[in-house]
Design a protein around this ligand. Structure first.
Ligand SMILES: [Zn+2]
Ligand SMILES: [Zn+2]
Length: 714
């Protein structure tokens, strides 16, 4: 937010006001915008603008620009400020003044701009206040000026829906969807229209359209389940509720639905939830010279927090001879391609093959290790474990068979056992790189990911040691790095790992902690800006675009930034796969209220506002004002966890509230950008940079300033 030399005094003050809003000094920002809007003058402005503005110089500096354009700009920002604080009535007043101002002779505002900056936000504000007549009028004015505005059509569609004009609403929303097919909001409203018209099948089609665009929209699963129920498709209903339960575990509404329809299911519960099975072993490639490579212990089958979910039994099969050891003694030798089962019975681990008991391990941990008969230390074989649960708490959670290399330790816990896979760092990366980045990404991006994943794993193993009390170095989920085992190894990513063998990222000759995330939304975050993260010299925010691109600097510009898809490295298709760069959530107030009140006593929600933003635009302080109490949320992961039924993709969002006729919130609309915390390397951006011809070294030095590549000695 710097000023070009020769900037007008008013621009200096406008940017000061913008900065105040951005950093949470909302009252001061409001005052300054109001002063700037007051061009007719109380005399105060004349004296104030006589001096040269700070930071400017030259003969042009310090003079005012055209007063009307200053007033328009100031009032537009002021209106956006009011909308950001939930004061829609004041926002509407500002737009009414702007309407008159823009009609003043001598003022030229293009039709498109008038639609976008005046009539659409005015219409939406009125709609959110449930003043439907006025809202419809404003949105129709917007459409007269810009007939192909998807935002105006989405606004009008919603107003007409609220008025019960379902057919007209449907045609507005269909048109909006045809102009902007990637926006899920239209489909959600089309689904609601279909529900009102009792066409359940059509409602499902529309909900599916929305969810196909972004499966993260957990709150859609609930109405979808209800529609399936109303059609008598209980298995399908159960599947939706089950998915929602995976994302929001203790949701009583969902658990109640599941309990009620459980007796009506046509198939066993286990069969309704799809499991990905592995028919055969994927051949694995042994990394050369593995004797000197550090070995990692990876916790398998872990929860969102990275803790092993205790298992009471496991079924597995090996691709070669294997043995089960307990301490130094070999308890059992098993054959290849035969299913074995270990289960905890009366406190002992019992090994059975085809229902016949073969061995018993009374206490302590044990390990399953592949071992050739001629060389017991050879761990080149693999083991497939059946039905491993993964990504609990996320939209993509599920159950699948997993193939692991080498040796699996079962660590006994009170209730059962948890699993640890021992694997060397390079072979670990063979599986992690494609789990963390699509294998279709350009080679240089995959190489950057390999260096980052290698450094990050070692840093966690040696420095942070987040799982030292759990008995392993890293977990297999998002908490550390996603590790899906040997069935997820591919030629392209093996090459990226081999070509960067041993390469790690240093800052001043110390190993770094190179954090990364899916998509930054356009600007990465500095770690120091996230509450509780602390300052790390190489984790500073960068504009994730070529230097000519502009980053928003005002409330209105931020709103537009969040609602549209400006150019950035991480907006380049196909590396940004749809919802990662820009996403949308429509969250019913009653569902969110129930969720929040499960752990926080806020009572009925009155308002949700972002009170302060980080330089990258991400929300830093969110306030949920309730009838009973206000909840201030500042931690990045808590903002994401609290504001949706399933977690939000990021904290970069613009939030709006729709109120009902009585003034109670009906739903919250979040226009968001990015996926993940936004700190360090933006993976989609790395893909975009590589597609523009940049190397993995360019990528690493873009995201991690002042770091250098080093090489481990193996
Ligand atoms: Zn972890
Ligand atoms: Zn990015």
């Amino acid at each position: 937010m710097f000023l070009a030399p020769g900037a007008y005094a008013d621009d200096v003050e406008l940017s000061q006001a913008n900065e105040l809003w951005w950093t949470g000094n909302i009252e001061r920002a409001e005052e300054l915008y109001l002063e700037l809007s007051d061009v007719t003058g109380s005399g105060k402005r004349d004296s104030r603008t006589q001096g040269s503005a700070p930071g400017t110089g030259g003969a042009e500096a310090g003079r005012d620009r055209d007063p009307a354009s200053t007033e328009i700009e100031a009032r537009l920002q002021l209106a956006a400020l009011y909308r950001s604080t939930g004061d829609l009535i004041s926002a509407v007043s500002q737009y009414r003044i702007l309407e008159a101002l823009m009609d003043t002779p001598g003022v030229t505002v293009s039709d498109g701009e008038r639609a976008e900056r005046l009539y659409i936000p005015l219409g939406e504000s009125l709609y959110y206040l449930h003043r439907l007549d006025e809202a419809e009028k404003a949105l129709r004015l917007a459409l007269n000026l810009d007939p192909n505005s998807p935002a105006a059509l989405f606004g009008l569609g919603r107003v007409l829906f609220s008025r019960g004009a379902l057919n007209e609403a449907s045609s507005a929303l269909h048109r909006s969807a045809s102009l902007l097919p990637s926006f899920p909001g239209n489909y959600v409203y089309l689904a609601r229209i279909a529900e009102r018209q009792n066409s359940g099948e059509e409602a499902l089609t529309q909900y599916r359209e929305a969810l196909d665009l972004d499966p993260q929209q957990a709150e859609l699963l609930f109405p979808m389940g209800l529609v399936y129920e109303s059609l008598g498709s209980f298995d399908d209903a159960f599947r939706q509720f089950h998915r929602l339960r995976n994302m929001d575990r203790d949701n009583p509404l969902v658990l109640a639905r599941m309990d009620e329809i459980r007796p009506l299911l046509g198939a066993e519960e286990e069969k309704i939830i799809p499991v990905k099975t592995l028919g055969k072993f994927k051949p694995t490639l042994k990394v050369p010279g593995h004797e000197n490579i550090p070995v990692l212990r990876i916790g398998l089958n872990t929860s969102a927090g990275g803790r092993g979910i205790p298992m009471r039994s496991m079924t597995f099969v090996a691709d070669g001879p294997f043995r089960i050891v307990h301490g130094d003694s070999v308890l059992f030798r098993g054959k290849e391609q035969v299913e074995h089962r270990v289960s905890i019975e009366e406190g002992a681990a019992v090994i059975t093959v085809a229902d016949a008991e073969h061995a018993r391990i009374p206490t302590g941990s044990f390990a399953v290790e592949t071992a050739r008969e001629d060389d017991a230390t050879d761990r080149s074989g693999s083991i497939i474990i059946r039905r491993v649960e993964f990504a609990r708490g996320y939209a993509w959670s599920g159950i699948e068979d997993r193939q692991y290399r080498g040796r699996i330790v079962a660590r006994r816990t009170g209730k059962g056992f948890s699993l640890i896979n021992e694997v060397n760092l390079e072979e670990y990366l063979y599986s992690v790189v494609p789990s963390e980045m699509p294998i279709s990404f350009p080679e240089e991006a995959l190489k950057a990911q390999a260096v980052v994943a290698r450094t990050y794993a070692l840093y966690r193993k040696t420095t942070v040691r987040p799982h030292r009390t759990h008995g392993y170095d890293l977990c297999d989920g998002q908490h550390c790095q996603v590790y899906r085992g040997a069935a997820n190894e591919w030629e392209r990513t093996i090459r990226a790992v081999d070509e960067t063998r041993g390469q790690v990222l240093y800052y001043r000759s110390a190993l770094t902690s190179p954090l990364f995330h899916g998509n930054c939304g356009g600007h990465t975050q500095s770690s120091k800006d996230l509450k509780g993260w602390g300052e790390v010299p190489y984790l500073t925010g960068v504009l994730d675009a070529s230097p000519e691109e502009l980053f928003p600097d005002s409330p209105a510009a931020l709103e537009k930034w969040a609602k549209t898809a400006p150019e950035a490295y991480c907006s380049i298709e196909p590396f940004n796969s749809g919802p990662e760069y820009r996403w949308f959530r429509l969250i019913p107030a009653d569902l969110l209220e129930e969720k929040l009140n499960r752990t926080e006593s806020v009572g009925a929600i009155r308002r949700i506002t972002v009170e302060r933003r980080n330089p990258a635009g991400h929300a830093h302080r969110v306030v949920v004002s309730g009838e009973q109490a206000s909840l201030v949320i500042e931690k990045e992961h808590e903002i994401r966890r609290f504001l949706g039924l399933g977690p939000l993709r990021s904290t970069l969002f613009w939030i709006e509230t729709k109120y009902d006729a009585e003034g109670h919130p009906e739903e919250f609309l979040l226009f968001g950008g990015g996926w993940g915390h936004g700190v360090g390397m933006c993976q989609d951006g790395a893909g975009g940079m590589a597609s523009l011809g940049m190397s993995y070294r360019d990528i690493l030095s873009h995201y991690y300033r002042c770091t250098e590549l080093g090489r481990l000695d193996y």
